[in-house]
Design a protein around this ligand. Structure first.
Ligand code: CP3
Length: 344
């Protein structure tokens, strides 16, 4: 059997037709997802019920035949694994009982992660047997910095005043939270690899909000430590890093962290990335999810630019950020056909 397409691209092979998958490819834009979510009762019940989580992971594979499936779960679940209270507001993002001092950090327990998140690993295990043989299974986690943002702010945020305030005011104490997150995330990702994940992606969605020195301390160093821990157990597993909207800091991230490939956000200049990043490692991205909502000529033009821009090196076609719920499902079918050079 020839090796799976995504794995070949992540090994550096340059392909005429790149592999394609989309961040948040399972979700509310699909009517069949909304049906299973209603059946599960809530988003968290969906994440923690392997039967349902397997089903929604498979839905976009059935519809579109993507080259990879990504485990259905969410970033802040690791906080719950550590003992922090987590809930979701209907139609909104994650909410957590915020942790803002050393006592809060001391109450977290890495020893509980494997047991508390056992249903997630059961889902990975179920997927590894349910997926078509040509489809790669991706496991994922949030990077320590981004998960810390949620844990300290208590959810999403506009200013990130609490987490930045703590990091600048008392770096040693904040650092103890980051250290715990490195450890817990390594456990979480190794558990996924053990259960059958073939590639791991690290989402650093809030990488864009730190100046250089803080970026090195809270993004690069923890990611490097995390990658090293994973590699101690799984030396060959490909790891994709996604320091979203990190701009020129992408170059240091690529040079320092030890990731196998890097995922580019929508704001990244394609010529700059081709010259400065794709010459060092495979890149993934970076179609604007809103071009996918528009469809038609706009989508065609953006797809063409993306394919041309990254035709000179190893490349994985993806969005520059997660798919949005307003996306017409037929536009996704059109996208896959465009990338594969097929007529719709
Ligand atoms: O990609 C996939 O299909 C796999 C599953 C997945 C989800 N979230 C499911 C989800 C993945 C990989 C994520 C990653 C994630 N989660 C990120 C990183 C990527 C990014 O967007 O930067 C972040 C920041 C989160 C945190 C999160 N979860 C937010 C901010 C929200 C609310 C916003 C939104 O789009 O709904 C969620 C909820 C969430 N995660 C949903 C899904 C399908 C929607 C929940 C629902 O069905 O009501």
């Amino acid at each position: 059997m020839t090796e799976k397409k995504l794995l070949r691209a992540l090994k550096g092979e340059v392909m005429d037709t790149p592999p394609i998958w989309l961040m948040r490819q399972a979700g509310r834009y699909l009517p069949e997802y909304r049906k299973v979510k209603a059946e599960a009762g809530s988003f968290l019940d969906l994440c923690y019920t392997p039967k349902h989580a397997v089903e929604v992971t498979l839905q976009p594979i059935r519809r579109y035949g993507f080259d990879a499936a990504i485990l259905f779960s969410d970033l802040p679940l690791i906080a719950q694994g550590l003992g922090q209270e987590l809930w979701y507001e209907e139609g909104g993002g994650p909410r957590l009982a915020p942790i803002r001092n050393g006592a809060g950090v001391a109450a977290l327990d890495v020893g509980q992660v494997t047991d508390r998140l056992a249903p997630v690993y059961e889902t990975v295990d179920g997927l590894s047997t349910a997926l078509p043989t040509e489809t790669t299974l991706i496991g994922f986690a949030g990077a320590p910095w981004t998960v810390a943002c949620y844990m300290v702010e208590g959810g999403g945020s506009r200013e990130f005043a609490e987490v930045k305030g703590w990091a600048f005011r008392n770096p040693d104490e904040f650092g103890s939270l980051i250290d715990i997150l490195v450890e817990a995330t390594a456990v979480h990702l190794c558990n996924q690899a053990r259960a059958g994940a073939e590639v791991l992606q690290i989402f650093d969605s809030w990488a864009s909000i730190l100046p250089d020195t803080a970026f090195r301390r809270w993004i690069i160093a923890p990611t490097k430590a995390l990658v090293r821990r994973i590699r101690a157990e799984f030396p060959d597993i490909p790891i994709i890093g996604f320091p979203r909207a990190a701009g020129v800091m992408y170059a240091e991230y690529v040079a320092e962290t030890g990731v196998t490939a890097v995922s580019l956000d929508t704001t990244m200049s394609r010529p700059w990335a081709a010259e400065n990043l794709q010459t060092k490692m495979p890149v993934q991205g970076n179609l604007d999810p809103l071009a996918l909502v528009n469809g038609g000529a706009c989508l065609e033009e953006e797809v063409r630019e993306t394919l041309e821009g990254f035709s000179g090196g190893p490349f994985v076609f993806n969005l520059g950020h997660g798919i949005v719920k307003e996306t017409p499902p037929e536009h996704v079918a059109a996208l896959v056909a465009l990338v594969r050079g097929e007529t719709v």
